[in-house]
Design a protein around this ligand. Structure first.
Ligand code: DTR
Ligand code: CA
Ligand code: ZN
Ligand code: ZN
Length: 440
């Protein structure tokens, strides 16, 4: 565009460009992502899915003498249910057998293929109930929450840096028998490969508290950070020290963490102030009772705690796994840019095989051949559909755009379809997208 009209438009554009430069930093090239952005990578676990598992556990207890206790049919039926879900979701499952109190017990171990097995993050719960009842909160809630978080890993086809392992332990109510048997069965080399064990024993108590294990500061922080995003205050879990399946792992020096919503201890008025519920009553009045049924669950606590499990898994095991093609993705297909007042054109790059969010410093290399670069408006469109302005129209008569932009794309998932969108805003002068490249 080289005529008088251009000059006036150019003048206008120059002013517009100036105000754009001075007043409106193009979105996406601003300061670092807000804290907690990484939570965007972890999925929200549908609590309905978790409750469906609890309903299954209840049905199993109903059909087997009212419980899912060690040595009873209801326990093995519970294990077979969980194993069936995991096998169908692509996990490698192992059933470990042991004897306790004259009865055969079982642990279910499930490995998510991939990840560095020398840095295994293990997550677990106990699958057995007391013989007095179905054990839906203690510990069907933990078993179902861990199961659904594992299924979310499968749905996401997560490719974490670190290997993910899950465990459902038997005979916890007899004295941590299953988890002790599992840990004792590990060679010293296998023990050294477990970098963390996360335990979830009672996470849906009907009069819930939000307690975080304080055994390992780094793991404690992961959970406290998550609840901070919900503005839910937490307290450290002190009552259960040594009383659940994290104890055998802690005893051999493996960092442990976890969550707890309370048992037969009484909720104070201060705790009721911050968490709601009823002061002066137990967090779970049906602890180890026959009334620990599927009615003995607070859905909100179950939901938050299960989402926290997913958050911790993504945080602790998700690093950028460089896919086979490395970190760069390029489209070199020429795309003609119609002269003004033509429509915008786009060129797409589909990213897959990565994990988590895009970086706060995503590199976008743009190569456009055009006789008047000031005619062009160029945007990056993220998988969410959000536009990040890379180049504004102006009076700049320099030909071509051959620039690498840095974009804060940390609110985008890395995987997905990214687009370069270009529109010619100035009559005369034409060109085409030659190539563009994303580097993570
Ligand atoms: N869920 C209990 C063990 C347990 C874990 N934390 C606490 C705190 C207070 C009492 C008991 C517990 C069980 O399996 O019996
Ligand atoms: Ca949820
Ligand atoms: Zn118990
Ligand atoms: Zn328990």
């Amino acid at each position: 565009m080289r005529n008088r009209f251009r000059n006036s438009l150019a003048a206008g554009a120059a002013v517009a460009a100036a105000s754009l430069t001075l007043g409106l930093a193009a979105p996406g090239v601003q300061a670092a992502a807000p804290a907690g952005a990484a939570t965007a990578a972890a999925p929200d676990i549908p609590v309905a899915n978790v409750k469906a598992h609890l309903a299954q556990f209840q049905q199993i207890a109903n059909a087997n003498g009212g419980n899912r206790a060690h040595g009873r049919a209801g326990y093995r039926a519970s294990l077979d249910y969980v194993k069936g879900k995991l096998d169908a979701a692509g996990f490698t499952t192992t059933v470990q057998q042991f004897t306790a109190s004259g009865a055969t017990g079982y642990n279910l171990i499930a490995d998510w293929p991939g990840g560095d097995t020398t840095k295994t993050v293990m997550t677990g719960a106990h699958l057995d109930s007391v013989s007095a009842g179905p054990g839906i909160n203690d510990d069907g809630s933990g078993s179902a929450g861990v199961l659904e978080a594992a299924l979310a890993v499968s749905r996401a086809q997560l490719k974490p840096d670190k290997h993910l392992r899950f465990g459902w332990f038997g005979a916890e109510e007899l004295g941590l028998v299953g988890s002790k048997y599992y840990v004792n069965s590990l060679s010293s080399a296998e023990r050294a490969k477990i970098s963390a064990y996360l335990n979830f024993d009672m996470i849906g108590s009907p009069n819930p508290g939000y307690f975080v294990y304080d055994d390992d500061p780094a793991l404690e922080k992961v959970f406290k950070d998550y609840f901070a995003t919900l503005s839910i205050p937490t307290e450290i879990e002190t009552e259960g020290d040594g009383r659940s399946d994290h104890a055998p792992f802690k005893n051999i020096g493996i960092p442990v963490g976890g969550l707890f919503s309370g048992a037969d201890y009484t909720k104070t008025s201060a705790q009721a102030q911050k968490w709601g519920g009823t002061a002066g009553r137990a967090f779970d009045a049906c602890y180890h009772e026959s009334c620990d049924t599927s009615a003995n669950i607070d859905d909100t606590a179950l939901d938050h705690n299960t989402d926290a499990i997913a958050y911790a898994l993504w945080q602790l095991s998700t690093g950028t796994t460089t896919p086979p093609g490395g970190d760069s993705y390029e489209n070199t297909t020429d795309v003609t840019i119609p002269d003004s007042p033509g429509a915008a054109v786009t060129s797409s790059i589909t990213v897959s095989g990565r994990t988590g969010s895009a970086p706060a410093a995503l590199k976008v290399a743009v190569n456009i051949v055009h006789t008047f670069s000031g005619d062009l408006v160029v945007d990056l469109i993220g998988p969410s559909g959000k536009a990040y302005r890379l180049h504004n129209s102006s009076s700049d008569s320099t030909p071509n755009i051959n620039t690498t932009y840095t974009v804060n794309a940390s609110t985008e998932t890395a995987n997905g379809t990214w687009k370069l969108k270009v529109q010619d805003k100035g009559p005369q002068d034409t060109g085409y997208i030659n190539s563009w490249k994303l580097t993570f």
